[in-house]
Ligand binder design. Structure first.
Ligand code: KG4
Ligand code: ZN
Length: 356
């Protein structure tokens, strides 16, 4: 049995977890800074770093306490290395290095993007990761920072088929909600506002899906673009304001139609991959995977022969359990990071995943 203590601080959640042997989450503590950033309408990196600095120690202590263990029981320390906000990442990284050094524990730096995918395998039987029938596996990672389709083969090799060429899906929902005066973060509020709205009342564009008679260039077959939907929303709001049509029902219908457009693009792009590759499993990961409409539409529109895995919402948004879970696969192989590792801001090219 190996217990990994993990720390996550890539954006606006300070998180720590204790995970046993890659799957059993003994504790997962998340301290959200949302209220601090909401007044600024988005995440302020320096503010995030200062909040991490305050929260990282108590959050880690809570994670150990809730798991009923002490540092003496821990086999390794895992930490998010990137991508993310550098000032924020550095806090978690330094803290993890300090623990590793003081307690003579191996350190494992983890890619946050891959950790999101791994969230779909927490608290479950990991044998599925080693079964031939699971692959090719297509991971759609949709968060505030990413919108990406990663194809993973049974030997662990991976390649990104496409990604967003401008805004991420979560970013589009966040900016859209801001435009509608709904607040921050936009995804959950947009979902709530959309619940009593008509998703078919307004027709927002579905960029890069070859719709509206526009030819889709081959290089954009699996790419996403969300900035056009956002601009369409801006004009939609202006028009309604001028006409005095922006009543309560208009707001709900707008949120529902806007959310539908974003979700529809995500589902359509996934279906395009399924048409061209013999995909056996689809994993939807990242904060936007919490979205009830996305979860429902994926289940509804994906062919039944494809196995769909979406993590429970608590492992979709940023958390440290996904970091500690994936780290175990490096731990097993003795692949540790040196105490001199650096944090990184941007997603490097992914050619391999560690969990197969
Ligand atoms: O994975 P995450 O917590 O952080 C990043 O790595 O970016 O994702 C945050 C994103 C935000 O854009 C947020 O609005 C979105 O996930 N999100 C949602 C929902 N919950 C969070 N989007 C749509 N529906 C939700 N229920
Ligand atoms: Zn994330």
């Amino acid at each position: 049995m190996s217990l990994i203590l993990s720390i996550e601080s890539s954006c606006d959640e300070t998180a720590a977890a204790v995970v046993e042997s890659g799957s059993k989450v003994l504790s997962s503590v998340v301290a959200s800074q949302i209220a601090k950033h909401a007044v600024h309408g988005g995440v302020v990196p320096e503010l995030a770093a200062r909040e991490h600095l305050k929260a990282v120690m108590p959050v880690t202590q809570s994670a150990l306490r809730e798991a009923g263990v002490t540092l003496d029981d821990i086999s390794a320390v895992a930490v998010t290395q990137g991508p993310g906000l550098i000032p924020a990442l550095l806090v978690g990284m330094n803290f993890a290095k300090g623990i590793a050094q003081a307690h003579d524990l191996p350190l494992i730096g983890v890619n946050h993007f891959l950790a999101h995918i791994y969230g779909a395998f927490l608290d479950s039987d990991l044998s599925v990761l080693h079964q031939k029938e699971t692959y090719p596996l297509l991971a759609l990672v949709v968060s505030g920072g990413h919108t990406s389709l990663l194809l993973i083969d049974e030997d662990g090799s991976a390649r990104q088929l496409g990604c967003t060429i401008d805004d991420a899906a979560g970013e589009a929902l966040d900016k859209g909600a801001k435009l509608l005066g709904l607040g921050y973060p936009g995804g959950p509020i947009m979902q709530k506002t959309a619940e009593t709205g008509d998703p078919e009342r307004f027709d927002f564009p579905r960029p890069l899906t070859g719709g509206a008679g526009r030819a889709l260039s081959p290089e954009n077959l699996y790419n996403f673009s969300f900035s056009g939907i956002k601009t369409a929303l801006l004009y939609h709001v202006r028009k309604a304001e001028e006409a005095g049509e922006n009543d309560e029902q208009w707001l709900h219908d707008t949120a529902a139609s806007f959310q539908r457009a974003v979700v529809d693009v995500l589902v359509r792009k996934t279906l395009t991959v399924l048409k061209n590759y013999p995909v056996k499993t689809v994993v939807v990961a990242g904060g936007v995977a919490c979205n009830a409409e996305l979860r429902r539409m994926m289940a509804e529109r994906l062919p039944k022969k494809v196995s769909l895995r979406i993590a429970p919402p608590k492992y979709c948004t940023d958390n440290a359990a996904m970091v500690g879970g994936i780290a175990w696969h490096y731990f097993k192989k003795g692949e540790f990071s040196g105490l001199d590792i650096d944090s990184f801001a941007r997603l490097p090219q992914i050619v391999k995943v560690p969990f197969i």
